[in-house]
Design a protein around this ligand. Structure first.
Ligand SMILES: [Fe+2]
Length: 240
C-alpha cells in the first residue's frame, strides 16, 4: 500500500545523501542531542510522560497527495530546486503511555508552505503556492519508535501561529491527530487552538524548541517532538 523505500529513507542534511541503517541511527542520535532532553529507555521516567494532547485535524489535510510522499518535504522527487523556507529537521519518537517505543507507526505531517498556503484546493492564496514544497510527508517509525522529517520552519498564516500538523496511525487505525508548535513564538499566546489545551504540561509538550544546527551554513534548525499515545496500540501489524 505504501512505498517502502522512501518511508525508511533518511536524508543527511549535510551531504544530501540517503543514509544507511547505521549512519541513520547515529544521525538520529545526533539530532536528538540537539533537541530537548530525550526520552530514554522504555519505562524510564514513566511517571513523567505527558500524553500528547489531541488537536483538531483542521480543514487542510491534503485533498490530493503530492507526487512524492517521503520524509523530505524540501525536495519533490528528484527536483533541482528546493522549497522556499528555513530548513528544519524534526525528529522524535512515538511512545506508548509508559514510554515503550511504538514501531511501525505511520507518522504523517502536513503544513503550509513559506507563503502560508497548504497543499489543498481550498487553501487561500493557491496561486502563490510554492510548487517546490511537498506540503505533506510520511514516515514509518523504526524499532525504537523513531521518525524523522526534513521540512521548513512553519510560518504563521491569518488566524494561526506557526504549526505542523501530525497524524499517527498504525495499520488502518488513526491513533492520534495533533499539532506541533514552535517554542517561544510570540503568536502562540494568541492562538485559539493551542490555548485550547487546558493542561499546562500538555500544552508544553507540543511546544518544540527549534535550535540552530551547529555549523550549518544555511542556518538550519532542528527540534525534537516526542509523541506519547494514550494507549499502547494492540492491533497486530503484519511484519514483512
Ligand atoms: Fe493548520
Amino acid at each position: 500500500m505504501l512505498p517502502r523505500r522512501p518511508l525508511a529513507a533518511l536524508l543527511d542534511p549535510r551531504t544530501g545523501q540517503w543514509l544507511g541503517a547505521d549512519s541513520r541511527r547515529r544521525f538520529l542520535q545526533g539530532i536528538g542531542a540537539v533537541g530537548a532532553t530525550g526520552l530514554l529507555a522504555p519505562g524510564a521516567f514513566a511517571e513523567m510522560l505527558t500524553q500528547t494532547p489531541r488537536q483538531t485535524e483542521g480543514p487542510f489535510y491534503p485533498d490530493h497527495l503530492p507526487r512524492d510522499t517521503d520524509n523530505d518535504l524540501l525536495i519533490i522527487n528528484d527536483a533541482i530546486t528546493p522549497s522556499v523556507g528555513q530548513v528544519t529537521h524534526v525528529s522524535g519518537r512515538v511512545l506508548g503511555p509508559s514510554g515503550a517505543p511504538v514501531r511501525n507507526a505511520l507518522v504523517e505531517i502536513w503544513q503550509a508552505d513559506a507563503h502560508g498556503v497548504y497543499l489543498h484546493s481550498g487553501s487561500a492564496g493557491g496561486e502563490r503556492r510554492d510548487g517546490n514544497f511537498q506540503g505533506y510527508g510520511r514516515f514509518l517509525t523504526n524499532a525504537k519508535g523513531e521518525y524523522y522529517f526534513r521540512t521548513i520552519r512553519p510560518v504563521p498564516y491569518p488566524g494561526r501561529t506557526p504549526h505542523i500538523h501530525f497524524a499517527i496511525s498504525r495499520g488502518d487505525r488513526r491513533l492520534l491527530t495533533t499539532q506541533m508548535y514552535v517554542k517561544g513564538e510570540q503568536q502562540n499566546e494568541r492562538d485559539g487552538v493551542l490555548r485550547g489545551i487546558r493542561d499546562a504540561q500538555q500544552r508544553e509538550s507540543v511546544l518544540v524548541d527549534l535550535q540552530p544546527l551547529p555549523d550549518s551554513p544555511i542556518e538550519e534548525l532542528a527540534g525534537e517532538f516526542n509523541i506519547v499515545l494514550g494507549t499502547t496500540p494492540s492491533d497486530p501489524v503484519r511484519e514483512s
